[in-house]
Design a protein around this ligand. Structure first.
Ligand SMILES: [Zn+2]
Length: 167
């Protein structure tokens, strides 16, 4: 079995449990049971609207978002499950900061809760660039079960990595 790269950094006993679930071919079923709900955010326009809804509800005062897109070149590794960038462009005589969020395409077919988790993560970066305490406070403000979702997302990605189908 390949190393569980999405779970690197978690305790060995936890990784062993996950390995056992994979070997017994049970991980997919467990995830399906827990995260059976799909979402209808199929394209960039819908993704932008979806993200804006969450932003308007929780981070109204954060700077405006110019663009939110699915990006199939994004590798889902480490913390970089999505990216958030500030692109500086010269517009006329003034420099305008343009906020952009890119979400790995794997989330288009992922369960609804995982899309929410990653969007919440990237929105929190509008205010906090580091993964620090205030950052995670923002995440749990927008998604109270954020920590569980992030861990389960890692399980989901591990499942896909081991050849499992989407849930
Ligand atoms: Zn991040």
């Amino acid at each position: 079995m390949p190393p569980l790269k999405y779970l690197a950094g978690y305790p060995d006993h936890l990784q062993e449990q996950v390995r056992a679930l994979i070997e017994q071919d049970r991980l997919g079923a467990i995830l399906r049971e827990k995260y059976g709900e799909t979402h209808a955010v199929r394209n960039d326009k819908q993704l932008y609207e979806y993200t804006l809804q969450i932003k308007d509800r929780y981070l109204r005062k954060a700077e405006p978002l110019n663009k939110v897109v699915y990006d199939n070149r994004l590798q889902v590794v480490k913390h970089a499950l999505g990216t958030h960038t500030t692109v500086s462009r010269v517009q006329g005589s003034r420099l305008k900061a343009s906020r952009e969020i890119r979400i790995a395409t794997v989330f288009r077919d992922a369960p609804a809760e995982f899309l929410k988790m990653i969007v919440v993560h990237e929105l929190a970066h509008l205010k906090e660039s580091e993964h620090n305490k205030p950052f995670y406070q923002l995440c749990t403000h927008m998604a109270p079960d954020y920590y569980q979702l992030e861990f389960d997302l890692r399980l989901y990605l591990t499942h896909l990595d081991c050849g499992g189908g989407g849930t």
